[in-house]
Design a protein around this ligand. Structure first.
Ligand SMILES: [Ca+2]
Length: 494
């Protein structure tokens, strides 16, 4: 958007506000983010043992999207997308850097928080809403009125797990710290609770609270590990040889990651401890969600508040041979997405495909703000009134230029930059174990899905860093994080 377009849209916004009666109340927004939370949430059923009573009670209070997906399986591109309402394939933000204000396409784009700030809301953020460091201090006041603390989970004096060098500081898991109140997510919840209390009563608020867990390092106090005794721990379903029918190009999307491969964790007897720590981290984080929900109720403003809870993308715990994200399968793309509040049907589940970038137009509509034609998502308000309302669009996830996943209610279709494909019948094969892409029986379904591949598909912006993959269709050259990958190179084991 040019600065002139920005001025026009801001003017339109102000006119719309003035046209309303002065008494027309604007709903508050409580915007709750989780980091690297896959579908291991009680109400989503991703793991049979996970305990998330607070997120589950939020779901009963509103509408849960059971088929919601991120636009990028990585923090910065996912958050940049949902906060701008633009796809990674449109902006070229594919890596962990740069942030939105350092990219020409989004430098002046009015973001979701900025919209609420510009129309007079009290806006506040704590924890991780934007990717850490992606909004520089000079640009922060334009996004949120106030920036609260964003502490991490802290670190024990010595590493807990048995990973050999290189010991990436984030690749650790286990019981730490001793007490809930010493963990980062507890402090982030406390900051949000204080913001809820101090939010001016004479204007609506938009409070963003971004939790860090279950992102690695998966550190949670010991009592949360006690919920998941090792003796009865259930591991996620894994199929030996699951990568035999996925294209080699699928490996290029996560050629080398800080997150170890399954084979390494099995050798070190670390996969069970990781699963336990991920579950413990989820339950600890869920308890902090509960504290914030209770604090909202205590303000007496809950009936005027829209609550949105989301995660930036999922996480693998051994499925398809890897841990981490950076894939186009459901394990990486499927996320919790819950809306609750005035006008939203309670205890509803919507199985229509939903995208995280739909949150932006949805919140504009719920707040009575003008729709923005430049946004690429679609309001979910019809589904918030009737979970069975039809929805023609699939959910699309992109990981670097040319690699896209298309998710409908029945199918997952993946097209990689070199043209290789995957197709899964999600209704029959929810674990994505049998790639049907080569089966002529499904040629029509595949062609229909391929129509949704983004027409605009720009390369990574200049100065892009970390998890950047490029492919040259002329020379077939593959480059992962600035290092060429040869067709004969063995898939890295670690
Ligand atoms: Ca993340």
């Amino acid at each position: 958007m040019t600065s002139r377009q920005f001025a026009i849209s801001l003017f339109a916004l102000l006119c719309a506000l003035c046209a309303q009666s002065p008494a027309a109340p604007k709903p508050n927004v409580l915007f709750l983010a989780i980091d690297d939370q896959n579908d291991w949430i009680g109400c989503l059923g991703g793991h049979p043992q996970v305990k998330t009573p607070n997120i589950d009670r939020l779901a009963r209070r509103g509408t849960l999207f059971t088929n919601a997906h991120c636009q990028a399986p990585l923090c910065n591109p996912s958050r940049s997308s949902l906060l701008t309402g633009l796809r990674p394939s449109s902006t070229g933000i594919h890596g962990l850097a740069p942030g939105i204000r350092d990219v020409d396409a989004t430098k002046h784009h009015v973001t979701l928080p900025q919209t609420f700030t510009s129309v007079g809301y009290f806006t506040y953020t704590c924890g991780k809403i934007y990717h850490d460091g992606s909004v520089k201090p000079k640009d922060r006041a334009a996004e949120f009125n106030e920036w609260g603390p964003a502490p991490g989970q802290g670190r024990p004096a010595q590493r807990i797990n048995k990973l050999p060098p290189p010991q990436h500081p984030a690749m650790d898991w286990g019981p730490f710290p001793e007490k809930d109140e010493d963990g980062g997510d507890f402090k982030i919840a406390t900051a949000a609770m204080e913001a809820l209390q101090k939010a001016p009563k004479d204007k609506p608020f938009f409070i963003g609270c971004g939790f860090r867990l279950p992102h690695v390092p998966c550190f949670a106090p010991p009592k949360w590990f006690d919920l998941y005794p090792d003796a009865t721990l259930q591991m996620p379903p894994l199929k030996p040889g699951d990568r035999d029918d996925t294209p080699r190009f699928s490996w290029y999307l996560h050629w080398k990651l800080p997150e170890p491969r399954l084979v390494t964790l099995e050798k070190l007897n670390e996969i069970r401890p990781l699963v336990r720590a991920y579950l413990a981290s989820i339950s600890y984080m869920d308890a902090q969600v509960g504290r914030v929900l209770d604090a909202l109720d205590a303000t007496g403003r809950a009936q005027d508040t829209i609550i949105v809870l989301w995660s930036d993308h999922g996480w693998h715990l051994g499925e398809k041979g890897i841990t981490g994200k950076n894939t186009l399968w459901d394990r990486s793309t499927r996320v919790p997405l819950i809306f609750a509040g005035p006008g939203i049907v309670k205890a509803a589940k919507c199985g229509r495909p939903a995208e995280l970038l739909d949150m932006f137009p949805t919140l504009l509509e719920l707040a009575g703000l003008p729709a923005r034609p430049d946004l690429e998502g679609h309001s979910l308000v019809p589904q918030l009134k009737n979970a069975a309302a039809p929805r023609p669009w699939p959910a699309i996830t992109t990981h670097n230029q040319g690699n896209h996943g298309i998710r409908t209610e029945q199918w997952r279709y993946i097209r990689y930059a070199d043209g290789s494909e995957e197709l899964y019948d999600m209704a029959r094969d929810p674990n994505e174990w049998t790639n049907l892409a080569a089966d002529p029986k499904h040629a029509k379904a595949k062609a229909d899905l391929a129509k949704w591949l983004p027409k605009k598909d720009v390369p990574a912006v200049p100065d892009s860093k970390h998890r950047i993959l490029t492919y040259d269709p002329q020379t077939k050259a593959v480059v992962w994080e600035d290092e060429p990958v040869k067709a004969s190179d063995p898939v890295p084991v670690f």
